[in-house]
Design a protein around this ligand. Structure first.
Ligand code: DAK
Length: 260
């Protein structure tokens, strides 16, 4: 397949590995990655040979270190809202796959990276993985479904702590709080993910697809919550604190927030 920032590799057993391939930027999600993820998962959904998908990041340091902050200075309330809604749609497409999708988290899963891992059906992490929603450091809030998926996975209390402090959670704690299903050594990550897919792919495919569908339907408030998240994300993009947070990150200094 023809991708620039992803690797799309389907093996003879029908296991597709999608690798986000921008290791120098810690696989940050820019528009090209979002577009190619969308295309990859549309293709995988239609491809009857694909029995399950492993989603991972290139390199040893990061799964995905978030949305690409280089793109942030251009965001205003209108484009921020639009981008949040578009990103949510791409992640929803992943979640709505009728075959199992496993995030193999090989390092940092921050911001949009943590949100991407949560949009997958299952998560397996290497021992060096760490998770976090650091948006508050940049004057914004999670905009790709994080405010909705995180509390559903780890409970309201821990989700609130993670989103308000921006603190990272290491792999051991991530497993304890239910953010990941399993932690393995780095060199066993892909084989572990593969094993999980093999187990699921040996079951009745329609039963698996319907189970995924029913699990998603367990929460009718999810769509409303996501719409609200996108609206607030747009508002946050209009604040001085957002400009300050992004400028501080890009210039490697501590932000000085004014609350405006
Ligand atoms: N975007 C762009 N570049 C990034 C990046 C990111 N998120 N994270 C890292 N990089 C780049 C660094 O700038 C650096 O590039 P060079 O200077 O080498 O050119 C390279 O990757 C290596 O990073 P570091 O030198 O910083 O590596 P360290 O080991 O020192 O630190 C780190 C690793 C992951 C702790 C650190 O890089 C870091 O704090 N990164 C930022 C994490 C973060 O805040 N992520 C963004 C969270 S906010 C949206 C909806 C949702 C979202 C956004 C928009 N719309 C609706 C528009 C979601 C937002 C987020 O994800």
């Amino acid at each position: 397949m023809d991708f620039d920032v992803l690797r799309y590799e389907r093996d003879d057993d029908g296991i597709l590995t999608v690798t986000i391939d921008r290791p120098k930027a810690l696989n940050a999600l820019n528009q090209a990655v979002m577009n190619e993820l969308d295309r990859a998962f549309r293709t995988a959904r239609m491809d009857e040979q694909v029995r399950g998908v492993i989603l991972t990041g290139a390199g040893e340091k990061a799964f995905v270190a978030g949305a690409d902050i280089q793109q942030f200075p251009d965001l205003d309330p209108v484009s921020g809202h639009r981008f949040a809604a578009r990103g949510q749609a791409v992640f929803n497409r992943i979640e709505q796959m009728p075959k199992p999708v496993i995030a193999a988290v090989n390092g940092f899963a921050l911001g949009g990276g943590c949100e991407l891992a949560m949009a997958c059906h299952l998560r397996i992490a290497s021992e060096n993985a760490s998770f976090g929603q650091p948006e508050v450091n940049l004057g914004i809030l999670p905009g790709y479904g994080g405010t909705q998926r995180l509390p559903r996975l780890v409970g309201y209390g821990i989700a609130t702590e993670m989103i308000l402090t921006g603190d990272r959670v290491d792999a051991t704690r991530a497993e304890r709080i239910g953010l990941v299903n399993r932690v393995v050594k780095a060199d066993e990550l892909l084989s572990g993910a593969r094993q999980m897919i093999e187990t699921i792919a040996s079951k009745a495919p329609l039963a698996v697809a319907m189970s995924l569908q029913a699990l998603r339907a367990s929460d009718g408030a999810f769509q409303d919550g996501q719409r609200y998240e996108a609206a607030l994300f747009g508002q946050a993009c209009g604040t001085k604190d957002f400009q300050e947070g992004v400028d501080a990150f890009l210039n490697r200094r501590t932000p000085d927030f004014s609350g405006e």
